[in-house]
Design a protein around this ligand. Sequence first.
Ligand code: URA
Length: 221
Amino acid sequence: MASLKAYQPPKQVIVLPQTQQLKACTTIIRDKNTQRADFIFYSDRIIRILVEEGLNHLPVVEKTVITPTGKEFHGIDFQGRICGVSIMRAGESMEQGLRDVCRSVRIGKILIQRDEETALPKLYYAKFPPDIASRFCLLLDPMLATGGSAIKAIETLIDYGVAEERILFLNLISCPEGIAAVVAKFPAMKIVTAEIDAGLDEKLYINPGLGDFGCRYFGTD
Ligand code: URA
């Protein structure tokens, strides 16, 4: 486990501003005594902030509008089209947060599981918008642990023609091991994360972490 104080994430990693509101939300979802309704509510709040921050890293163009006072306002307009891609199952928890901010956004899905024979992450299912190669992709997975699933998911997106630099990987909790693995393979991709934890334990859970995100969010074992 890396020392948290000494850890400086690589430049590809954007950590959300550590506001009191964010800290209070992450404290609630990390608490083992938090009930499911609160876990969902406060995770959703963090996801919303993550999506808003992610969108800040997409290109814009200048745009001038006329206000009701008849004056010009020199602003900006979004450029390009986006889609979400959730890594099943935990990443599906982030879809609504994306929809809340991006009306009618298209959302693809990827299912990756460990192959029982090889112990390596294996792609079981992928379904994307047909024009995904021309879109910016917000890849959704709440926990970046070893990076194994994320790497497989990103390789799949690249196989479908998405340029690495058009992918933004959004997660709530990450750790140095996962960040290092992903950044080493995809140095042109940005990761937006709410908090970076100390590291992985022997069961490959993030520590201090929050346990199994998917089970806590969806209420399963
Ligand atoms: N996935 C989780 O849900 N939690 C972890 O700590 C690591 C991966």
